[in-house]
Design a protein around this ligand. Sequence first.
Ligand code: 2P0
Length: 322
Amino acid sequence: MKASARAHTNIALVKYWGKKDPQLIIPQTDSLSLTLDKFFTDTTVEFIESLKQDELIIDDQPVAPQKMAKVTAVLSQVRSLSHQHYFAKVISQNNVPMAAGLASSASAFAALALAASTAAGLHLSPRDLSRLARRGSGSATRSIFGGLVEWHAGVDDASSYAEPIMEQVDFGIEMIAILIDTKQKKVSSRGGMQLSVTTSPFYPAWRKVVADDMQAMKTAISKRDINQMGHIAEENAMRMHALTMSADPAYTYFEGATIKAINLIKGLREQGINCYYTMDAGPNVKVIYNHQDRQRIIDKLAPVFGKDHLIIAQPGPGAHLI
Ligand code: 2P0
């Protein structure tokens, strides 16, 4: 009744920002992401008869039971599916620089879903694994798969799952995460997105933006057109962040250095280097480009942000047992 799994984090190119059902984590819209090789979580789950409650250790630190609700949501679903009632010991190790602002919850809950379901003797299909990971965190739904992945919003637990669009991504797309700030964010994704759903007057327009961007992004992917993919991802990210600034009370994940990075990337484009930016629920900027342009982009960014604040990532694999 023990298993270990590794899952990688992902960067959304068409973002998820809001839930229809906060309990089951059914999103308001579809989303689309690229799984990354650099950042991953290794998780071991063991169901033990003698345990009185679930236990969780993250990066060698025990986690208090009252902070385990998301993990318990996944473990409870596994117990229900496998018709057994043992509590579990969960040991998780992150290889995600927390400072990168790359959702460690995506890799964490994808690894937990695979390790826990395997430890319980379940043999879930990848689709059902993505539904299970979704119980822990929305972005984890997509991290079950490698490469380019689509999360169908769906309307209920059965219809809200992820699916690969292209598992082997071999046309040269690459990303640099610019580490701008290492502090814990003030507004959680979970709290922030629900504030946007309930108070931003732009929310109905966002649903339309995502529907259009999903179509356009899939067309760009089918043409392996990195520039078009980058352009759509950049526009989509800015429109997602417009939902933060238009909420009541307004909030933003941007900092001064975020704008500075955006302007540098625009400057690179004016010099004929095709690169595009995207940001998630934090100030760090991620640059999307063709790997052939890596050095020219680093040469521009390193003097401003420092070479050790630039992390290069390439397309990565789906969740797997280790
Ligand atoms: C995404 N983000 O699509 C978006 C873009 C951040 C910005 O999913 O409440 O940790 O656990 O479902 O998945 C971050 O939010 O939120 C996220 P929950 P999650 O990647």
